[in-house]
Ligand binder design. Structure first.
Ligand SMILES: [Fe+2]
Ligand SMILES: [Fe+2]
Length: 353
């Protein structure tokens, strides 16, 4: 479908772009999702859906006077650009969840699935709206209705949606809580009030992750046999994407008082550890080779960018070489020894980090 012709601002254009590292929009096989059965874990499922229905964060996403009083005229242009980039990427990811979950609710008849995805879509819509309000303070709100129509949708089989979305919810939790805890200790780095909202916010993401955990544990066929290779693939893809994306925004993390390497190590280790609740195979994050290969991918991405900028035959050779090296590096990541552990019987977790 051709995007509708409309004048949109730069942040909407940035959100619409489907570069390798940008958050994407997804679509799936709704008929297959309709056949999902959660009756093997009925009690866990109903408890979780009740929690969603109680809506613990109903009143959380309201702005206070701190937002209105914020004066960012003294900010450096670098900080402003980095913060806006962070918000645009976050609003795209939140809104991607909002429309995928809403579409699942609309397209399936299975009441369990409809209930759950309706609640999750509600939460993500709230998150996206809250971020977009902050972008509006800088006069660069993303046009979400334009994005819905203009952005490309990537098709994923349902099981890939479960692996990828489970991980993005849990890594979202790990990122928000790591930032929140840092600023709790070092309020001098809290340059915007939105960071104070991250604690309750990340509980929503944690709960969304729990929903996918129950869904997969109730359908163990997704966690066995050849699917274990897919699980490793998604773990590595999610970790590598985050590593490379964050390292391209080193300055943003410095303004929060983080060393980007340290931040990514903490977030990846925590997400990997949490994911043992439903993944029988995870990454050995104590293996220095794992981190070295992520760094190789990061160097390659920088070379690709340099090559694209330079253009000509030389630029093409640089970027093609780096792309080939990235494929090879990812394969080496897949071949590293993984951690195999039996799934825990009591797998439900609380956001205690
Ligand atoms: Fe969210
Ligand atoms: Fe979420």
């Amino acid at each position: 479908m051709k995007p509708p012709m409309k004048e949109v601002n730069e942040s909407t254009k940035a959100a619409t772009e489907d570069a390798v590292l940008n958050p994407r929009f997804y679509t799936t096989d709704f008929a297959e999702m309709d056949r999902l059965d959660v009756s093997a874990l009925r009690k866990d499922w109903d408890e979780l859906v009740d929690e969603f229905r109680r809506d613990p964060n109903k009143n959380h996403f309201k702005r206070n006077e701190e937002f209105e009083a914020l004066d960012f005229t003294g900010w450096s242009p670098e900080l402003k650009t980095a913060f806006i980039e962070f918000l645009v990427s976050s609003v795209t990811a939140e809104f991607s969840g909002c429309i995928l979950y809403a579409e699942i609710k609309k397209r399936v008849k299975n009441q369990d699935i409809r209930d759950l995805f309706g609640f999750m879509s509600r939460d993500e819509g709230r998150h996206a709206g809250f971020i977009n309000h902050t972008l509006a303070d800088f006069n660069v709100a993303v046009d979400l209705s334009f994005l819905t129509k203009a952005k490309k949708y990537t098709y994923f089989k349902p099981k890939y949606i479960y692996y990828a979305t489970y991980l993005s919810e849990k890594i979202g939790y790990a990122r928000y809580i790591t930032i929140f805890r840092q600023l709790e200790k070092h309020p001098e780095y809290r340059f915007h009030p939105i960071f104070k909202w991250f604690e309750n916010w990340c509980h929503d993401e944690f709960r969304h992750g729990e929903a996918f955990a129950v869904l997969m544990r109730a359908n163990p066929q997704f966690l066995q046999g050849g699917n274990k290779i897919w699980i490793r693939f998604f773990l590595l893809a999610v970790f590598a994407t985050m590593y490379v994306r964050d390292h391209a925004r080193r300055g943003f993390f410095e303004s929060l008082g983080f060393d980007v390497d340290d931040f990514d190590r903490r977030v990846i280790k925590l997400t990997n550890e949490i994911s043992q609740q439903c993944f029988p195979v995870t990454i050995d994050t104590d293996n220095p080779k794992f981190w070295a290969l992520l760094e190789t991918m990061n160097q390659n991405m920088q070379a690709i960018e340099r090559g694209n900028k330079a253009g000509g035959l030389g630029g093409w050779l640089t970027s093609t070489g780096a792309k080939l090296s990235n494929g090879w590096t990812f394969l080496r990541l897949m071949l590293l020894p993984a951690v195999h552990k039996p799934l825990p019987a009591n797998f439900r977790l609380e956001p205690v980090w």
